[in-house]
Write a protein that binds this ligand. Structure first.
Ligand code: NAP
Ligand code: FE
Length: 366
């Protein structure tokens, strides 16, 4: 047996977990920069809670609320300038994966005057500012990962920073903040978490420590699938989804993602298909590709409570609705882009270009 296990995020889970552990902010610094998207943190109550609790522990703060979905390098550079001017010495990211990933990159750029290559290189001469992560979607697991995924216009794709230096110092997971999610974002983010657990479990870097986390995450999301399209999702389902997405985050923190994420990035960059949805649409035919040679695929369908990959594929297709059409030109471009991505090499067995093209072809309408 051989593995590396590293999970340095002090993690709190449960209703009102920020209020109950407000002293944690005092360990992170003296002035906070709160980083959010445009409006969801106001609507779900998380922003008001954080401001009130910072007031209680007498920590002053500034607020940057211009993080866009799939944040770009330009977006985080602008925010880092704001961080510097504000004099903040720690960052609180609140939101989905976009503000959380942005918070990590801002924490680097606020104290390091570096070019894009060094930013993506993950080795920094000054230690990034500490980050507290408060997820309000149940999908990315970014609160427990060493990744920040940014839209990088220079390469016309998304690109990932992977560095132990950007693990959040603390994570606060309160399922109450996810109750305002639309049905569409609930489904897309749940499918993203499922994709992390599945890809991590199948990754070349999977380990004995994280495999049980992956199977448990898959099992829990499997239990939630029939509930995802309910008009009002029960609190216990929201809680299960947030927990499962965190487990899946711990999985990819160690095992990384594979072909599905590599193939999903160009779909988001060029076609603006939501990150979780893009992965979800690819999962079925990715598993079909692996099924003949990889016994672990059977563990996945067992854990999710389905007979086989076809039953799994049909249930995901039902969740995600009508597939997008992709053109021959896009097929060529997306295949080339996916083959050049770092995480494709974690896929076992290694897909060739023709395999990646076929997964795209089978996953979309032509
Ligand atoms: P997101 O891009 O953070 O947010 C999507 C939308 O949901 C935004 O419009 C946001 O509004 C809204 N929203 C967030 N929380 C809400 C709530 N509680 N109620 C209502 N609306 C809410 O979506 P995401 O899927 O969580 O994150 C996707 C990003 O994470 C991608 O860039 C992806 O590449 C990255 N990712 C990172 C990792 C990692 O390990 N670091 C893993 C997977 C994916 P506002 O803009 O107003 O906030
Ligand atoms: Fe993802």
């Amino acid at each position: 047996m051989e593995f590396r296990y590293y999970m340095p995020v002090k993690t709190f889970f449960g209703r009102n977990c920020i209020e109950k552990n407000s002293g944690e902010f005092l360990l992170l610094g003296k002035k906070a920069l709160i980083v959010t998207g445009k409006s969801s943190a106001e609507k779900n109550g998380s922003l008001a809670d954080v401001k009130r609790i910072l007031g209680k522990v007498k920590i002053p703060y500034a607020h940057y609320n211009r993080i866009k979905p799939n944040p770009s390098v330009e977006n985080v550079r602008e925010a880092a300038l704001f961080a510097k001017e504000s004099g903040a010495d720690f960052i609180i990211g609140i939101g989905g994966g976009s503000p959380l990933d942005a918070a990590k990159a801002i924490a680097v750029l606020a104290v390091n005057d570096i070019d894009d290559d060094t930013l993506f290189g993950g080795v920094y001469s000054r230690k990034p500012l500490p980050v507290a992560a408060i997820p309000t979607t149940a999908g990315t697991g970014s609160e427990v990962t060493p990744y920040s995924i940014l839209t990088y216009n220079k390469i016309s794709n998304k690109k990932s920073i992977g560095s132990d230096a950007i693990f959040p110092a603390a994570a606060f997971l309160d399922p109450a903040y996810t109750t305002t999610l639309s049905s569409e974002t609930t489904v897309n983010t749940a499918v993203d978490a499922l994709s992390h657990a599945i890809e991590g479990y199948l990754s070349a870097k999977a380990t004995d420590v994280i495999n049980p986390y992956a199977i448990e995450s898959i099992r829990l999301i499997g239990e939630c699938i029939p509930e995802l399209k309910a008009d009002k999702i029960k609190d216990e389902v929201r809680e299960k989804l947030l927990y499962a997405s965190m487990l899946a985050g711990i999985v990819i923190a160690h095992a990384g993602t594979t072909a599905v994420h590599a193939m999903g990035y160009p779909l988001t960059y060029h076609r603006n298909i939501d990150h979780g949805r893009a992965n979800g649409l690819l999962l079925y035919h990715y598993l079909k590709f692996l099924e003949p040679s990889i016994i672990k695929v059977k563990h996945i369908t067992d854990a999710i409570g389905m007979k086989n990959v076809d039953e799994f594929g049909k249930s995901i297709e039902k969740l995600l609705g009508e597939k997008e059409i992709i053109t021959e030109e896009e097929l060529v471009l997306f295949t080339k882009t996916a083959m050049a991505a770092k995480n494709i090499s974690n896929t076992v067995p290694q897909p060739e270009e023709k395999d990646v093209r076929k997964i795209f072809e089978d996953s979309f309408k032509r």
